[in-house]
Design a protein around this ligand. Structure first.
Ligand code: ATP
Length: 386
């Protein structure tokens, strides 16, 4: 080779533990998903599969490309990397060049790996670490710190090529999107449901987002908030159709307000699950996901969640069930949805003054008007997409 090239290396986690045929399919899916994100953001670069990694070649802006790759489900890390000859001289030279860009004297470590028998290269991992380390000390006068270095020079020496990088972007991990079927996500646009939707995406599920428009109890700002949070997360998966199904639920809510008192919120959640089930059947989805979390609200006690789940035969996934609010808020901030989720939308209050916290299914069903679920099904049929 006798030259260096800038590439972005992308590492995945669990995909690497699959059988070779599953792994090949997942790698290919991840490759397509990464390419879609780069194309959508007008970032140059071609994503290729290499041994146990993905690699972006031809990126004009490797740092931005690596940061974009690190937003994609399935990615554990992405590194702007210099590719060079698998010789001690080449790797040391690249480390020295990197050091010249970081002349701050901050502590460092060399983290090297070498693949294949030592005879193939004629040097060991220890040789790489020693020579590269000396070059960095010479260039920067920086101290070595193996426990908590400010800079880690990652050197990966393979049979035919070597990779050197100093910058690492952590990805969300998980499984490539599009490998685990479809789930309907009930999205209110509040803090929780977009995070819950993302958790399923992170584990490979394609998402069909559903927002139930509450009529006078919701409003345009409420709807816009739901749509915007989905769009923000959808930027990580532009090759999937994530337009929101907007269901006109005003009539159903009116009916609930007129007929039910302390179990009203439970019946509203049951109606939403019934609507989601209608969409799931049409969209061939296998389950429903909500942002509910145990004990976060009166409608989310263990007993009440059992009553709401009984409204549908579809599995209801609640990935936030055991998560604390502070943790969910931190994830919403990271995803970029927190700001929109907390915009004041001024909707009317549906909740009764004294909500039931320990409902029985029989009592909730008794209070529900006979036509409630017919109204819900009709609303689902009248949905539009935004
Ligand atoms: N208007 C809506 N359209 C679609 N789904 C909704 C709507 N309102 C609530 N949901 C679903 O019901 C779940 C429980 O809603 P609720 O408002 O009680 O709880 P929450 O924990 O505050 O959720 P969020 O923060 O997502 O609003 C939400 O996480 C969401 O999945």
């Amino acid at each position: 080779m006798n030259e260096t090239a800038h590439v972005v290396l992308v590492g995945y986690g669990e995909v690497g533990t699959k059988s070779s045929s599953v792994r090949a399919k997942m790698e290919e899916r991840l490759r397509e998903n990464l390419q879609a994100v780069l194309d959508d953001r007008d970032l140059s670069g071609r994503v290729e599969r290499t041994w146990s990694r993905l690699r972006v070649v031809g990126a004009d802006d490797p740092e931005t490309v690596a940061a974009a790759c690190a937003e994609v489900p399935g990615v554990v890390w992405a590194r702007p990397t210099v590719e060079c000859d698998p010789t001690l001289d080449s790797m040391v030279t690249v480390c020295r060049d990197f050091a010249a860009e970081h002349p701050d004297g901050a502590s460092f470590a060399i983290d090297a790996d070498r693949i294949g028998p030592k005879e193939n290269h004629g040097f060991s991992v220890r040789d790489i670490e020693r020579d590269a380390g000396s070059a960095v000390v010479e260039a920067t006068d920086a101290p070595v710190d193996l426990d908590n270095p400010a800079h880690t020079y990652r050197v990966e020496c393979r049979e035919d090529t070597a990779y050197v990088s100093i910058q690492k972007f952590d990805g969300p991990g998980g499984i490539p999107l599009g490998t685990q079927g479809k789930a309907v996500a009930l999205i209110s646009g509040g803090i929780d449901s977009p995070v819950a939707m993302w958790e399923l995406m992170r584990r490979g599920c394609e998402i069909v987002p559903v927002y139930v428009d509450l009529g006078d109890f919701g409003g345009a700002d409420h709807r816009a908030r739901a749509v915007q949070t989905v769009r923000t997360i959808g930027r990580r998966a532009p090759n999937f159709d994530m337009r929101v199904h907007v269901v006109p639920g005003g009539d159903v809510v009116e009916r609930l307000m007129d007929t039910i008192d302390d179990t009203r919120m439970l019946s509203l959640r049951r109606v939403m699950l019934a609507i989601a089930a209608e969409v799931a059947a049409d969209e061939d989805a296998h389950s429903i996901v909500t942002g509910e979390s145990l004990a976060q609200k009166s409608s989310q006690t263990g007993e009440n969640l059992a009553v709401t789940s009984a409204a549908t035969e579809y599995p209801v996934h609640r990935p936030l069930l055991t998560r604390d609010k502070t943790d969910i808020v931190a994830e919403a901030r990271e995803l970029g949805t927190f700001h929109d989720s907390t915009l004041p939308v001024g909707c009317e209050r549906v909740a009764p003054s004294y909500p039931e916290t320990n409902a029985s299914l029989a009592a909730v069903e008794r209070a529900e008007p006979d036509d409630l679920f017919d109204l819900a099904a009709e609303a689902a049929r009248n949905r539009t997409r935004t």
